[in-house]
Design a protein around this ligand. Structure first.
Ligand SMILES: Nc1ncnc2c1ncn2[C@@H]1O[C@H](COP(=O)(O)OP(=O)(O)OP(=O)(O)O)[C@@H](O)[C@H]1O
Ligand SMILES: [Mg+2]
Length: 340
């Protein structure tokens, strides 16, 4: 029986999402600040953003994840400890239980390291459960994973692309890679630096991607363009440049191609009788990355399958965690290979 009744978490590259029974899903930016010159954590998420805005000199900022993986275990440990402390509901609970979503494809060693850090953060060692993000997102997106009829989920986040086909409660085929929306932003930053000698922030690149970006080749002729501001790498002075949809599409193409290859590979690995089910049900897509303009159309074109964007696509994983926590007996046993 999955006994985690206290705390559910999806530690994403862009956002930390939490579910605590009795309250709503909470989403916080993946940002942590420490008091400068100390090892004292000051705040996470929006509160950390406010502290940085009010007095940037006093704080040092960190992100927990890079390219879809935890890259700083000690900061993550401090963050989880702070989350336990900040939740009044746990003031009487020394060591709360935890159900944590783990990216598909994490190695046994990574899982062991995450388990250790959760215990060191103060979670109950005996009440610690992991759920594969693919399974959580499929459940959260409302797919009937126990059905004999196959269904497919893809999750394109900021740091990961994950894809899987389920049938009879098991994974028939799956794949993942550490490439997501943040990599598109990085490629835009590189493009502007190489071609115009201007260094722009990754947040400026993300804004341009969302405002005028498109992955569809036939949008190449579009005249969409916008001005992005940064710093001239030669003069060191503020500078700006106008970039277009077409050049951005070209810049992000390598990462988009990798995402498409990952999803195509999963389809190739799917036995024909289950692949045939997908002709009817199509592919359900979640994660913020699927909102990239033209991506659903491009995927549809490449796979020949209908792409449905899940309702509240960025919350699919944590909503799956919530469903499992609310009715643990419905999921125990069937998914033992994906729950540990
Ligand atoms: N309208 C949009 N157009 C393009 N990209 C978008 C849009 N909205 C969100 N995104 C991208 O979605 C990504 C965030 O998605 P999500 O919240 O699913 O990531 P995450 O769960 O934090 O990361 P991961 O699961 O990969 O660790 C960002 O890269 C963001 O730029
Ligand atoms: Mg995610």
């Amino acid at each position: 029986m999955i006994g985690a009744k206290d705390f559910g978490i999806d530690l994403g590259t862009d956002y930390i999402r939490m579910y605590i029974p009795g309250s709503n899903i909470v989403t916080e930016p993946d940002l942590v600040v420490y008091h400068r010159g100390t090892d004292q954590i000051a705040a996470i998420g929006q509160k950390a953003e406010r502290l940085l805005k009010s007095d940037a000199e006093r704080y040092v900022q960190y992100e927990l994840k890079d390219r879809g993986e935890i890259h700083d275990y000690s900061t993550t440990k401090d963050t989880l400890s702070l989350l336990i402390r900040e939740n009044q509901r746990f003031s009487f609970l020394l060591h709360p239980d935890l159900l944590m979503a783990i990216p598909h494809g994490s190695s046994v060693i990574e899982r062991k390291a995450i388990r250790d850090l959760c215990v060191q953060s103060g979670f109950n060692e005996k009440g610690l459960y992991f759920i594969d993000e693919l399974l959580a997102s499929a459940i959260g997106a409302g797919l009937n994973v126990t059905d004999a009829v196959g269904c497919m989920i893809i999750n394109i986040g900021a740091g990961n692309t994950q894809a899987g086909v389920f049938s009879l409660g098991g994974l028939v085929s799956s794949g993942s890679l550490h490439i997501g929306g943040r990599d598109l932003d990085r490629l835009i930053v590189d493009h502007v630096r190489k071609n115009y000698g201007i260094m722009i922030d990754i947040s400026a690149a993300e804004k341009a991607k969302m405002q005028i970006g498109s992955v569809l080749p036939h949008d190449m002729g579009e005249v969409d363009q916008m001005s992005v501001e940064g710093r001239n790498v030669r003069t060191g002075l503020p500078d700006s440049v106008v970039i277009t949809t077409a050049e951005m599409r070209e810049a992000i193409e390598p990462a988009v191609a990798d995402m498409l290859d990952c999803i195509g590979g999963v389809l190739e690995d799917t036995p024909p009788e289950i692949a045939a089910d997908l002709l009817e049900s199509g592919i359900t897509a979640c994660g913020g990355g699927i909102k990239m303009k033209g991506l659903k159309e491009l995927l549809q074109e490449r796979t020949g399958l209908t792409i449905h964007e899940a309702d509240r696509a960025q919350e699919a994983v944590i909503r799956g965690v919530q469903k499992v926590m609310q009715d643990p007996s419905a999921w125990t046993g069937i998914y033992s290979e994906l729950l540990q």
